[in-house]
Design a protein around this ligand. Structure first.
Ligand SMILES: Nc1nc2c(ncn2[C@@H]2O[C@H](COP(=O)(O)OP(=O)(O)OP(=O)(O)O)[C@@H](O)[C@H]2O)c(=O)[nH]1
Length: 308
């Protein structure tokens, strides 16, 4: 049933509105740390930004040397550290309804008093819900950018990375190369050994790819049995060498299927980003080079010459 305000309720409305206006003004201007912390934490879903705000506000009440926060989010360890340490420390395991949202450690040169510890706990109590929300947001964001089978970043993450690489390449005049790497005759792996073995082979291949490249390079699942490797500060000839190393590494994979050992080869296409080129055109050139490698009999690398 619809609620119709009574005459008494309506007559008190101006007072309520005035109180709301006053509360709003107080909320925005108060110098009270707890209100300011709550207000500031509500402005962002970024865990890093929230921790920076928390560190700033905590330091106002309880000066410390270092703040260290650590939490495992999905496949990654999230670490936030600020300042210089000291021999005295206090450690808090942040948790809500039995779920952990990380460990926070404060360190400094002199002891924390009981009153200071109480102050820290009050501020952490105010921060825990926003931190929980930021952790959940980070986990969802990570999942949306990760291939669930292999654990490497997915096509969506690659699209973002390529866009950024194109801009950086343009701005700093540094070469960025892309390798597309497609497992050969993968359909027959599935047809002969089944999808479970096919899936396992994709996981092993992703691990092998990550092992074969530098930490500054990144591996993505482009789709199906195809992977992409983005190489910053790498020209076409150096990228071709990396592709050859990858091809040799994939050829060393052995999967025990019970009957016989399964081996796989890969074909690679390489293209270096051209000045002013769109990411679609860049990927299309790497794909054309990959097509040439397949046409040439597979288990080889082809480079799309970047001399324009
Ligand atoms: N097990 C498994 N198979 C997949 C997955 N994604 C794609 N595939 C299979 O990969 C196979 C790709 O087949 P094709 O595109 O014909 O390519 P190919 O057999 O590797 O042949 P070439 O690329 O020409 O060497 C198809 O059978 C897909 O079903 C996956 O996530 N798991």
């Amino acid at each position: 049933m619809k609620h119709i305000p009574s005459i008494q309720e309506r007559s008190s409305q101006p007072l309520k509105l005035a109180a709301l206006r006053q509360a709003h003004q107080d909320w925005n201007t108060t110098s009270d740390v707890l209100t300011r912390l709550t207000r500031r934490l509500a402005t962002t879903l970024s865990l890093e930004e929230q921790l920076a705000i928390l560190a700033e506000e905590l330091n106002e009440i309880v000066p410390f040397g270092t703040m260290n926060y650590r939490h495992r989010i999905g496949y990654q360890d999230f670490v936030y550290a600020t300042g210089m340490g000291g021999p005295h420390r206090c450690e808090y395991r942040l948790a809500l309804e039995g779920v952990s949202y990380g460990t926070l450690v404060l360190q400094r040169r002199h002891r924390f008093t009981e009153q200071e510890l109480e102050g820290i706990e009050i501020l952490l109590g105010a921060a825990i819900c926003p931190i929980r929300n930021a952790c959940k947001y980070a986990a969802i964001e990570q999942a949306s950018l990760t291939d669930s089978l292999t654990g490497v970043p997915n096509k969506r993450a690659l699209d973002d990375a390529l866009r950024q690489a194109g801009q950086l390449s343009e701005r700093h005049g540094q070469p960025y190369s892309l390798i597309l790497c497609d497992l050969d005759h993968f359909k027959s792996v599935n047809d002969t050994h089944g999808h479970v073995v096919g899936d396992h082979l994709l996981q092993v291949a992703a691990t092998e790819l990550e092992r074969s490249v530098r930490t500054s390079d990144s591996v993505y699942r482009f789709g199906g049995e195809e992977f992409a490797i983005l190489l910053p500060h790498t020209d076409d000839l150096a990228a071709r060498e990396v592709a050859e190393r990858i091809r040799e590494a994939i050829a060393t994979i052995r999967v025990d299927t019970g009957e016989k050992e399964l081996q796989v080869t890969t074909s690679c296409g390489v293209a270096t980003c051209l000045s002013g080129e769109s990411t679609q055109a860049w990927v299309a050139r790497a794909d054309a080079a990959l097509y040439q490698a397949k046409r040439h009999g597979r288990n080889c690398t082809r480079l799309f010459a970047s001399i324009s």
